[in-house]
Design a protein around this ligand. Structure first.
Ligand code: ADP
Length: 411
């Protein structure tokens, strides 16, 4: 069996034109159904038929109609039409052209009851990929010349399907390759991030253990402090990695409950100040008590992250926290007057592992913080966005749906 379209001998000039027009549709094919519509439209100019159905092979001996058009007589009564399923079955079993007629012989009866079928195999590579069935109501019957012309049409439609399958296979392969690349990038980034603190820990621990060195009390304390800090960093990194993969797979457990957002922000600020006395932090609560449905631990994680980013990237700036309402949402802003984020990097800052390039190497981070923040806020049916003027500062906006009075208890 072959899927090659035969040389167009024995076709008249108009038929040849139509076949060439069809082959042009096949070569620039983009969307399958639209291309089939175009081909069927062209075919109708040289070939009479009322219905056309394309059956494609599924697994084993199953086949399904994948395209059908009622064009001529009977297009107003599509549901009652014969769609030539038994003919398609025959074509697929015998793997050859089937011509059949169902005639009542009673001319006083409805002409729609006289049906003429032409079924052609659709051959893709060496396989019988399906069947193309043309139906005529009330004649004329299909002659060998008609069959010959229909073979060209079927040949081109088979090519169209082959082309579509190839495109699907290629995009599947490309998606698999892309996934492999992402996994490789992930492993490389994670290994790099884990190795840095591990390197410090190993280096300072080995130094402390050296027999030939006699470290004084202060140096020993300094080395141990570094080991302590790097261990914290390693733990934070592993926690972040775990959170991010659980958020990615949707397996991070959230414990939602009514939360007073104004109280939470006030507590958070007090806590941040108690850890760092020099921290310049201002809270401006513009609204009366506001309740949202939230997991308090996870929401605090987001707020902590934004404060610690402001401290890291805008060390000399005041961190301003504002709570207001926006439509039926609580609107929380975290703003600093630090270096800001370049406009071209701003759209990427919530992407996993993204860090603004060329920033000071002494500011350490993994690029996971904001990714985790956005996922957590999305899990709260909220939104987080960033606004920044390079050189002037950055503001993060968080919007969380306010609980209506009936759904929460008063506090
Ligand atoms: P990390 O801080 O671990 O690098 P994040 O996901 O928290 O990762 O932040 C992503 C990037 O966004 C940071 O690397 C930094 O370049 C930029 N960024 C975040 N917050 C600020 C801020 N307040 N000011 C300037 N740049 C910021």
């Amino acid at each position: 069996m072959t899927n090659k379209v035969r040389d167009p001998e024995n076709l008249d000039a108009q038929e040849l034109d139509a076949i060439y027009a069809i082959s042009r549709v096949v070569t620039r094919a983009s969307e399958l159904e639209a291309s089939l519509d175009e081909i069927i439209g062209i075919a109708r100019t040289v070939f009479i038929f009322d219905n056309v159905v394309l059956y494609v092979h599924q697994q084993a001996d199953r086949f399904e109609p994948s395209y059908a058009r009622a064009i001529g007589r009977g297009r107003n009564s599509e549901s009652d039409l014969a769609w030539g399923e038994p003919i398609a079955k025959d074509v697929l079993e015998k793997e050859k052209i089937v011509v059949r007629q169902e005639i009542t012989g009673d001319f006083t009866k409805d002409r729609m009851k006289d049906r003429y079928f032409l079924g052609l195999p659709l051959v893709s590579g060496d396989q019988n990929a399906g069947a193309l069935v043309f139906v005529r109501y009330g004649g004329p019957q299909f002659t060998p010349e008609h069959t010959h012309l229909a073979e060209y049409i079927a040949g081109h439609i088979a090519q169209l399907y082959e082309h579509g399958n190839l495109v699907t296979q290629l995009s599947r392969l490309e998606a698999e390759r892309q996934l492999e690349r992402l996994q490789d990038d992930f492993v490389a980034t994670v290994s790099h991030e884990l190795r840095t603190p591990l390197g410090f820990i190993k280096g300072y621990a080995t130094s402390l253990l050296r027999d030939d060195a006699n470290w004084d009390q202060d140096t020993r304390r300094e080395f141990l402090t570094i080991i302590d800090e790097e261990t914290d960093r390693l733990k934070e990194l592993i926690d972040n990695l775990l959170d991010s993969s659980r958020l990615q797979s949707g397996t991070l457990r959230m414990d939602f409950q009514p939360v007073r957002i104004d109280t939470m922000l006030r507590d958070l600020t007090l806590r941040a100040r108690s850890f760092d006395e020099d921290l310049n932090i201002e809270v401006n609560l513009e609204t009366s008590p506001l309740k949202v449905q939230a997991d308090p631990t996870r929401l605090a994680q987001v707020f902590d992250n934004l404060i610690s980013n402001a401290v890291k990237y805008a060390p000399d700036s005041t961190v301003k926290i504002t709570l207001s309402t926006h439509d039926d949402h609580a609107h929380i802003e975290f703003s600093d007057q630090g270096p800001g984020i370049p406009a071209e990097d701003l759209p990427n800052i919530f992407t996993r592992f993204f860090r603004v390039p060329n920033q000071s190497r002494s500011i350490r981070g993994s690029g996971l913080g904001l990714f985790i923040c956005r996922r957590i806020i999305h899990a709260h049916q909220g939104e987080i966005t960033a606004e920044s003027n390079y050189g002037e500062g950055t503001t993060f906006h968080i919007y969380l749906p306010i609980m209506n009075h009936e759904s929460g208890e008063d506090s």
